[in-house]
Design a protein around this ligand. Sequence first.
Ligand code: ATP
Ligand code: MG
Length: 422
Amino acid sequence: VRAEIVAVGTELLLGQIADTNARWMSEQLAAAGIDVTNHQAVGDNLDRIVEALRLAAARADVVLVSGGLGPTEDDITRDAIAAFAGVPLVFHAELETMLREKFRRWSAIGAMPESNLRQAYVPEGARWIVPDRGTAPGLALRLDGIRLYAVPGVPDEMQEMIGGTIVPELRELAGGDVITSRILRCAGMGESAVAERLADLFTSSTNPTIAYLASMGEVKVRITAKAPSAAEAEALAEPVVAEVRARLGDVVFSADDESLEQAVLRLLGSTKRTLACAESLTGGGVGERLTAVPGASASFVGSSVVYTAEAKRRVLGVPDDVLAAGTVTQACALAMAIGARDLYGADVALSLTGAAGPEPHDGAAPGTIWVAIADTSGFTHARGFVSRGERDRVRRWAQQAGLDLVRRHLEGAPLPETSLPG
Ligand code: ATP
Ligand code: MG
């Protein structure tokens, strides 16, 4: 089965947003064993959308369209699909009822503008996919052996329909075999080192297959197995998952596709400990990531953004002589962690300080990072290293290193040593 994605929206062509919908859909389709052969992006222009649909339908079995299903004049995906199929748009009273009902429930957004009734029109012969999160119904149409689906552009509305309805239908279309993927996520080891340890597994395995995906400060190892049933696919994958885990050891922080912050919160929860942070160069980024996880308040107490030396002194009580020797130092990171632990009464505290760049900061070269932990037993550990890259990358590496330090401490795994003089 070959699929093509058509993203609709002039803002994509103006460079105002990136086509993250196509990226997400492609990832889901690949995991379902469906080949995505092309991506297109097209503006909010009827003729050009129709042209994009014709091209897609000429070379794929499945065409997935995202965007342009909203209530406004520039949302013309419905019209374009009708024009492409050569059918009229038909009004459906059930959709009007659904729309009015949604607006009644979401009373905060006020009465339904009449323009929303555009969303009650469906190309003749098409099915619709009832939206849960938004108002725009998805569309599904079969035409000359092609399956065409249209979903809203708003990412969580798109994800609901692709994940809940469309991928299951396509998986069935792709035929019998069930594909399962297990994702092991790793921190503290680069992609090439991971690949080296798994090299022979990588070359010798066809089912399951092993793939790597590296992003800043993290490597994902995906093990994908294909079999007639989910249980058989699981059984094929399991020994390879176990082997990969054994080879990578404590570098693996999750075998269930958890993020690093989710893994940290899970470990805090299971050991009934609390965490506080003191963030300098990350500016609250660690706290942001932790609080994005539902239920974080059970273990995460708080984070101070202590950006200047003065803030480190006033909020965390970092001593003057430590500050005088520099804020991007082992001593400062340790004093910040101890200060945060005591300020918040947390069981474990994490501190992050560094020179994010592009200029040196307080005598430290750009990219210099110190992260430290302190716990209530009096245990402390600091790690210093230099990250390459731009400011964003340095700040992201600091977060990864800090969260991974906490993760390792909670798991009782060896803590990484410093590659810098104190
Ligand atoms: P709405 O009901 O909000 O109008 P829609 O189906 O008409 O939904 P669009 O108007 O095309 O969708 O896009 C709505 C928002 O969704 C955009 O402002 C943008 O932020 C986001 N979006 C749209 N297309 C994409 C895409 N391909 N990738 C990522 N985000 C997108
Ligand atoms: Mg819109």
